[in-house]
Design a protein around this ligand. Sequence first.
Ligand code: IPE
Ligand code: IPE
Ligand code: MG
Length: 226
Amino acid sequence: MQLPEKLPRHISIIMDGNGRWAKERGKERAFGHAEGIESVRVITEACAEWGIPYLSLFAFSEENWGRPQEEVDALMKLMFKAVANEYETMMRNNVRFLALGNRGRLDPVLNAAVSHLEEQTAGNTGLTMIVFVSYSGKWDIQQAADRMAAEGGSSIEPYLVTAGIPDPDLIIRTSGEKRISNYLLWQAAYSEFVFTETLWPDFRKDSLLAALEEFASRDRRYGKVK
Ligand code: IPE
Ligand code: IPE
Ligand code: MG
C-alpha cells in the first residue's frame, strides 16, 4: 500500500448509505449505523497513522432530526456509546476530538459527555477529528451572521463553527449520491470532491487510499491560471 505524496491537510467525509447497507442485508437501518461506527474507527486510525492533520465527518444533519423518532433515538444512543467507548483509542492515537454543530439541540446528557471528551482530548497533538452533529451549512452561516451582527463584526469566517480550522481540501461522499446535502457550504468553496458508490459501512482503508490517489491527481487552480 503506497501513500501518495500530495496529501490533503483536511479530509471531510459525508458518511452516507448506512440505511441501504442494512436493507441489503434485510436488517433495520440502525444496524447499518452501528456498522458505520466501525468504519469511523478504521478511518480515524488510518488518518492518525498517515499524519493527516484534520479529519471531519458529517454524522447527523439538522434535517436528520426529521427522520422517524425511533431512528433518531438509535443514532443518538450510538453516538453516546461511541463517545463513551472511544476515549482510549483516541488517547492511544493522540487524537483531539471536536463536535461541531447546533449542539444545543442534543440531549443535555449526551452534550455533556461530548464536551467531556473534547476536554479530555484537548491536549492531544496528532489528528484533529471533527464530528459534525446537528449541523447544516445554512444554519452555520446564519448563526455566524447573527453573532457577527450582534458583535458588530465585519467578516463571517471567524463566527463559523469551523473558525480556526482549515477548509477541507477533499470532501468524500459515499453511497453514490452526488450532492452536498447542506454540508459545509461556505467552507467547501475550493474543496475537491470524490464520490464513491461504496456504502459507508463498507468504506475502509483501501477506499480511503483510492480517494487519496484521486485527490493527488487533481490540479487545484483556485480560479487562477497555471
Ligand atoms: C448516513 O446513512 C447516516 C446518516 C445520515 C445519519 P443514511 O442513514 O442516510 O443511509 P441511506 O442514505 O438511507 O442509505
Ligand atoms: C447527509 O446524508 C447527512 C449525513 C451523512 C449526516 P442524508 O442521507 O441525510 O442526505 P440526503 O437526504 O440523501 O440528501
Ligand atoms: Mg442517506
